[in-house]
Design a protein around this ligand. Structure first.
Ligand code: IVH
Length: 677
């Protein structure tokens, strides 16, 4: 056999072993033998990369680094399901269905997996593309990451059609979630909150090798495509299982609504035993012809419904309250509770949200609180059992000074919450800014996690975001942090060895390529989220122009309101912030929009600032997009700078009045189209 044939044979054999192991739960070789085969294939592929096959099992190990996930349009929109918490509504659903369908109805009951939806496109039997749900119309291409999920077949078997789409849920089983969190804690990093968010975050990791380590699972629930021939949803799933997909573990065909409700009751009580989270039961009409007959709204199919389980609730005694200071200085009260079992884990802490909530529930010291866990793993307080209150208990008094830096706390009328105003020098606020700066959506320095950032902060080598860019190998090599002993865990030490240091410095260096809009978001200017950062970057083009903008100019940007404008203006009028920006500029971060080569469609609106208001023949956002494509700028409020008020139907009278007062020309949609001609 030559190398090409050997690679093909190994690929085929290992894929078969994967199928036996992951889909059939029936391995025929030992783990050791499997590893040997995989290593042999990996070595051959390294030597002859040109012969590696697209369905090679080595892709399960990862190794791809995705810089930017491409946005892809779904061929069919990814709808969601109508939800209910009420059994009576499930019965109503059944009555509606029976009125609409001609023949007797058969339902398929499935688990409602608590993960993230994914669309998988198969072409000629191979996984071509995997796309996240996104906004339902378009999502991110995460193919390299999905290829590491063992229960997603890379190559199909049997008589599959040429082209079709499979949809299902990516989730993280409890075991993998617990393992990942214990590793994170070991590294001194903040544990992840729940398996669903962790699964979702994992899909967006840049390194597929890290995704492979996370042990994600795929649950199939749906297939689409004109070449599919099954007549019912159930038969379709059966067919998919013959082509190499794993049939859902728990699924039942049921003909009557009482049977459906029995299934719901059964799994509401048995769900704790499942190795992954579910948050309800999905009930689907199985027959495709009936599905068609029953139809869909723009958001949901009418032939399916999701019954969601009610959150579990427990009562527990309030032991004390911790006050946590966040990145923006907001103080969050967290209740320490007497441990209680709740929905599969032991709860010891729960958020008390803010001062108003404490007042609203009239929480007293030592009270018995009611804790609930909905879809979230972080439980919340939903009430107080006042009958258990001790006669001499005092109402909880919210703290008056920052527990971290001692500064007197303030309350801000616009924001729900009490905050520490010592923005520049309060430790958790500094640490929070550092953590925000490195986050995935900001500078994306994933070689640094919260634990390592804390280590650098405590060692005094990084006290400001600009310090990342002057870090030297010698400063951080060998840094160590002692993690104090806890209940059953002994004291531990985490340290930065050669390899981590190398990764950290490389990650920091790579971040210099992050586009301007992400740098802007990473600065952590209050009220400037990802979207606003994008708009600011597009409007001003560079940090210099943005830093010089007046509040009025900032208000010209669509969706930038007074509070946001004021916050940006204050940020750039604080000498400490300006000094920071200068340092980052010197470190050669992207402080201006790069010319991507995308040319405006025309320049007919160049220099024109337009306020769009009312309803138009196309969505308002599309109109705004057109303005930009033709060289113009959008603004949300009319001012002296506004060139036109583009008035659609049902525009409020105030806008017109303001335009008249300032002498701003008002144009109609027809006039606008004429301008573009
Ligand atoms: S069927 C047309 N089946 O729940 C909708 N969805 O809001 C087809 N989900 O986005 C979805 N388990 O991510 C279906 N057994 C199941 C499901 C399921 C979980 C998710 C899915 C969808 C959301 C519905």
């Amino acid at each position: 056999m030559n190398a090409k044939e050997q690679i093909a044979a190994l690929t085929e054999a290992i894929n078969r072993h994967n199928y036996n192991y992951y889909m059939l739960d029936n391995p025929v070789i030992s783990d050791y033998e499997y590893d040997m085969l995989l290593q042999e294939l990996a070595a051959l592929e390294r030597q002859y990369p040109e012969w590696a096959l697209p369905d090679s099992p080595t892709q399960r190990i990862g190794g791809t680094v995705t810089k930017q996930f491409a946005t892809v349009q779904h061929q069919f929109p990814m709808l969601s399901l109508a939800n209910t918490y009420s059994e009576a509504e499930v019965e109503d659903f059944d009555s509606r269905i029976r009125q609409l369908a001609d023949l007797p109805v058969e339902y398929v009951c499935e688990l409602k997996y608590d993960g993230v939806a994914i669309s998988l496109i198969y072409s000629e039997g191979r996984l071509l593309r995997a796309v996240t749900r996104g906004d339902g119309v378009q999502g991110d291409d995460v193919t390299a990451n999905i290829k590491t999920v063992k229960t997603v077949p890379l190559k199909l078997q049997g008589d599959y059609p040429d082209f079709f789409e499979v949809r299902g849920e990516i989730l993280m089983p409890h075991k993998q979630f617990a393992q990942l969190n214990s590793e994170r804690e070991e590294m001194g990093e903040q544990p992840f909150a729940n398996p669903r968010n962790t699964a979702s975050g994992s899909l967006k990791l840049q390194e597929s090798a890290e995704v492979a380590r996370r042990g994600l699972d795929f649950k199939l629930y749906y297939a689409l495509g004109s070449e599919l021939t099954a007549a019912t949803h159930y038969d379709q799933l059966m067919q998919l299982s013959r082509w190499g997909f794993k049939m859902p573990d728990i699924i039942e065909k049921i003909g009557d609504i009482q049977g459906v409700l029995n299934f719901v009751h059964e799994w509401d009580s048995k769900r704790k035993m499942l190795p992954y989270d579910i948050d309800g039961i999905v009930i689907k009409v199985s027959d495709y012809a009936q599905q068609q007959q029953i139809g869909a709204t723009s958001k949901n199919p009418r032939w399916a419904i999701a019954y969601k389980f009610k959150a579990e609730r427990q009562a527990s005694k309030l032991l004390s309250i911790d006050y946590q200071v966040g990145r923006t200085g907001i103080v969050t009260p967290v209740a320490n509770l007497a441990p209680v079992p709740l929905a599969g884990s032991i709860v010891k802490r729960a958020s008390l949200h803010n001062k108003d909530i404490i007042a609203q529930f009239n929480v007293h010291e030592g009270d018995t609180l009611l804790v609930e866990k909905g879809g979230e793993v972080i439980p919340k307080i939903v009430g107080v059992d006042e009958s258990k209150r001790l006669p001499d208990a005092l109402p909880v008094a919210f703290i008056t000074h920052c527990p971290e830096c001692g500064t007197e706390l303030r309350s801000n009328e616009d924001e729900a919450g009490i905050f520490c105003p010592n923005e520049q020098h309060c430790p958790p606020q500094i640490r929070g800014r550092l953590e925000h700066f490195i986050a995935r959506k900001a500078m994306n320095i994933d070689s640094l996690g919260e634990g390592k950032v804390n280590l650098l902060y405590q060692a005094g080598v990084v006290r400001d975001i600009a310090d990342f860019y002057t870090l030297k190998r010698e400063q951080i090599l060998g840094l160590e942090k002692v993690i104090a002993a806890e209940e059953d865990k002994p004291e531990r030490i985490i340290g930065l060895r050669e390899k981590s240091v190398e990764n950290i410095l490389a990650g920091i260096e790579r971040s210099k390529q992050a586009p301007f809009e992400r740098v802007l978001f990473a600065l952590g200017i209050r009220h400037v989220g990802e979207t606003t950062a994008k708009k600011l970057a597009r409007h001003f083009g560079s940090i210099d122009r943005l830093a010089c903008a007046s509040v009025d100019e900032l208000l010209q940007i669509a969706d930038v309101g007074g509070q946001v404008a004021q916050s940006i203006y204050s940020y750039f009028n604080d000498p400490e912030n300006l000094e920071r920006v200068i340092k980052l500029k010197e470190a050669q971060l992207q402080m201006a929009v790069q010319d991507t080569g995308s040319q405006p469609v025309s320049r007919v609106l160049e220099g024109k600032i337009i306020v769009v208001s009312g309803l138009f023949s196309i969505p308002r956002d599309a109109i705004k997009e057109l303005i930009e494509q033709h060289g113009g700028k959008n603004a949300s409020a009319i001012s002296k700078q506004t060139s036109y008020l583009l008035a659609g139907e049902k525009m409020g009278p105030e806008k017109r009045k303001k335009a008249e007062t300032l002498g701003t020309p008002v144009i109609s949609e027809t006039e606008f189209w004429k301008m573009l001609e």
